[in-house]
Design a protein around this ligand. Structure first.
Ligand code: NAD
Length: 494
């Protein structure tokens, strides 16, 4: 069922938000009573007060998660029982699609149409990892007569998951579904900007049958709750999504505490390469626009560096200038809106700073304007800079806003050199008809995911994650679950 703008506004007015933490199956304030406001970026007014959990709350949640793990409340269930519960979670998420989408829309200004898709993609993750529960095999090694050697996957124990704000429910699900599928307990910390959908998800997981104590959600400050999780001696692994800067800190926390494995999904500056034999420039231009401007450019894998082969560069830029007009800033609750506000004033100011840098370094082709939409003043027009060189800051740094840089090249190897001229290596996309060129580029480009004749393909069946400073480890797929598990070898002599 689809709603009009007015209907979404009416639903938003009715929604009840609860910013209390979820510890041991109970909604509770932080132990020291501290709260933090969550701000609606459309109005810049507080939406709710959120429990800013303390280090005592972290200890409490970790102890409860450990207790649930030791009692095998979750990992001790038959795989088919876990499958049913995980698929129930998926179903329950779908039944609350509008509520969950509204929470993300109100808290981070995500367009409602995109927020609805995020909810469905979250449900798909619980479905996929749920199905895996009783379809997953361990290994029997070749061994001499009278000896059996097996290698099996076991849950690690208690996983600390720390996530950012740009896809609040989805980022939480990307960590939760595989960590739970691995038989673990989880303590999840959402971003300061976006706690509400993750908190609601925890309640829905319990409604769907997840045993009490297996999942805890601790909203709060990164330097308090996040750091306490990172340093906690009784957490067995960290799954982090966020900036490269904070990801590096988790490596330090682990090194200075119990040497827990740290899995990092961090920043990106993905290249999008269009060759002059591209079969469909129109489709490529659509992909370039969606690849960088979706979610107002606040996407880890945003394809923010366009590399254009000389032969088609002028024609392609004309196409982009035409298509960019289809992006119209609007109220995030309006189903027709495809460009919402920037998440916060500080992120908005960062965009303005980069705009100044870009104007100094390169040529502003289009955009760069700040606009107001009703009462909202955190809107910026999608922006394209041309004549950008690899040495420029706007080419190298993750802006996390709607900014595309354009750099031209002549030869294939020039495009490879430009694509790899980055400390990041999350994703890349390229457009060509030549299969040999496509494979060659896939071999040479340093990125965790490469899409040919499309953009930013992601699916639970494959993996997602980065090379270089985009991260360590992979989300999605079997790898996404195995990283939260330990391999155990048994030698049985009989
Ligand atoms: P961030 O690194 O500022 O925050 C991420 C999380 O870390 C939040 O929960 C935050 O509270 C916590 N945190 C902050 N300071 C901390 C500290 N000192 N110790 C422990 N925890 C701390 O990132 P953000 O601004 O929320 O999100 C944007 C970033 O996330 C971008 O760099 C983007 O590329 C990245 N991201 C990556 C992926 C991916 O899959 N690779 C996906 C989404 C976002």
């Amino acid at each position: 069922m689809s709603f009009t703008f007015q209907e979404w506004q009416a639903r938003a007015a009715e929604i009840r938000v609860n910013g209390n933490a979820w510890i041991d199956g109970v909604r509770c304030p932080s132990s020291d009573g501290t709260t933090l406001p969550t701000i609606n970026p459309m109005t810049e007014q507080p939406l709710a007060q959120i429990a800013a959990t303390s280090t005592q709350d972290v200890d409490h949640a970790v102890a409860s998660a450990r207790n649930a793990f030791e009692r095998r409340l979750w990992s001790g269930l038959a795989p088919s029982e876990r499958r049913v519960i995980m698929k129930n979670i998926a179903q329950t998420i779908r039944e609350h699609q509008q509520e969950l989408a509204l929470l993300d829309c109100l808290e981070v200004g995500k367009c409602i149409s995109e927020a609805l898709e995020d909810v469905e993609e979250s449900a798909v993750l619980f479905d996929w990892y749920g199905e895996l529960q009783d379809k997953h095999y361990d290994q029997v090694a070749a061994s001499p007569d009278g000896v059996q050697a097996t290698v099996s996957y076991e849950p690690l124990g208690v996983i600390g998951a720390i996530v950012p704000w740009n896809y609040p429910l989805h980022n939480a699900s990307v960590k939760l579904a595989p960590a739970l599928a691995g038989g673990n307990s989880v303590v999840l910390k959402p971003s300061e900007e976006s706690s509400l959908s993750a908190l609601r998800l925890a309640e829905l997981c319990e409604e769907a049958g997840l045993p009490r104590g297996v999942l805890h959600v601790l909203p709060g400050y990164g330097h308090v709750t996040g750091e306490a999780l990172g340093r906690h001696p009784d957490i067995d692994a960290i799954g982090f999504t966020g900036s490269t800067e904070i990801g590096k800190r988790f490596l330090v926390y682990a090194g200075e505490s119990n040497m827990k494995p740290v899995w990092l999904e961090c920043g990106g500056k993905s290249p999008h390469i269009v060759f002059d034999d591209c079969a469909d420039l129109d489709a490529a231009a659509d992909a370039v626009i969606s690849g960088v401007f979706t979610n107002a450019g606040q996407v880890c894998s945003a394809h923010s560096r366009l590399l254009l082969q000389d032969g088609i560069a002028e024609e392609f830029l004309t196409l982009l200038q035409k298509k960019i007009k289809q992006l119209i800033p609007g109220h995030p609750l309006n189903p027709d809106t495809n460009l919402g506000p920037i998440v916060s004033r500080s992120q908005f100011e960062q965009f303005i700073d980069y705009l100044k840098v870009g104007k100094h370094e390169a040529n502003l082709l289009v955009g760069g304007d700040v606009v107001t939409v009703g009462e909202g003043s955190l809107f910026v027009m999608p922006t394209i800079f041309t004549e950008v060189e690899a040495k420029h800051r706007i080419f190298q740094e993750e802006i996390f806003g709607p900014v595309l840089t354009v750099t031209r090249f002549q030869k294939d190897m020039d495009s490879v050199a430009l694509a790899n001229n980055s400390c990041y290596g999350l994703a890349a996309s390229l457009w060509t008809q030549r299969l040999s060129r496509a494979h060659r580029l896939c071999d040479l480009i340093q990125a965790g995911t490469i899409t040919v004749n499309g953009v930013d393909a992601v699916s639970p069946q494959t993996t997602f994650g980065g090379m270089k400073q985009s991260g360590i480890g992979r989300d999605y797929g079997l790898a996404g679950m195995h990283k939260y598990m330990a391999l155990k070898t048994r030698w049985i002599h009989y």
